[in-house]
Design a protein around this ligand. Structure first.
Ligand SMILES: N[C@@H](CCC(=O)N[C@@H](CS)C(=O)NCC(=O)O)C(=O)O
Length: 212
């Protein structure tokens, strides 16, 4: 048993950073548990379906699949929309980021051979970014509130801003994020939010390779 939520992941941003932003924004007590690859072999059999990220809830449940964790936290934190249509839109955007976008992002992670990463960057810049970031930028261009869904911030905003922030740290794909003015303005707006600003200030970037 633990009093806090514990998010377990490797010491990189990738699939967990949006969940970290969600926890930071939520005000829920949480621990950012980063484990090294050497520890993972021993831990893997104890995690449902043997993958990370894993969220351990205060009552000891272990939740996996980043899209499901995002939705769970959003409900707990009151940043999951109320109406049926808005909920469907929110689920769509969670899946777009945590499934489609991450599948393309995975192709250029540092653990891959250089040649594969080069193909991953090309795929990202030529196909995935225009489709995914172009779509998200268009939603924001039409938004009156500056948020992706309705008038209030939802978990979709946190996942999108976190990944735009992560991509902006990677020289080979930086332009794909920074050239989209509505996504850039959206990220800047969220980064000013008090709890997120505090998280970003305290974020531990000391692990080698953390900014991917
Ligand atoms: N669809 C899953 C994918 C999870 C996944 O592929 N996790 C990777 C790290 S990003 C992992 O646990 N790799 C270690 C392993 O498979 O042993 C999610 O979104 O959470």
């Amino acid at each position: 048993m633990t009093e806090k939520y514990k998010l377990i992941y490797f010491p990189i941003r990738f699939r967990a950073e949006g969940l970290r932003w969600t926890l930071a924004y939520s005000g829920l007590p949480w621990e950012d548990k980063k484990i090294m690859m050497e520890e993972w072999a021993g831990l893997k059999p104890t995690v449902p379906s043997g993958i990370l990220p894993c969220l351990v809830t205060p009552d000891g449940r272990k939740l996996v699949q980043s899209a499901a964790i995002a939705r769970f936290l959003a409900v707990r934190a009151g940043i999951y929309p109320a109406g049926e249509a808005e909920q469907c839109k929110c689920d769509e955007l969670i899946a777009l980021v945590q499934c489609d976008l991450m599948a393309a992002y995975e192709q250029f992670l540092p653990l891959r051979p250089q040649e594969e990463r080069r193909r991953g960057y090309d795929n990202w810049n030529e196909k995935a970014a225009p489709r995914i970031l172009g779509y998200l930028d268009g939603i924001l261009a039409d938004s009156q509130s500056g948020y992706l869904i309705g008038d209030e911030l939802t978990v979709a905003d946190l996942l999108v801003a976190a990944v735009v922030d992560s991509l902006s740290q990677i020289p080979e794909v930086r332009a794909s994020a920074q050239s989209r003015k509505h996504l850039t303005a959206h990220l800047a707006k969220l980064r000013q939010q008090e709890k997120l600003a505090a998280y970003l200030k305290s974020r531990d970037d000391s692990f080698p390779g953390f900014n991917v």
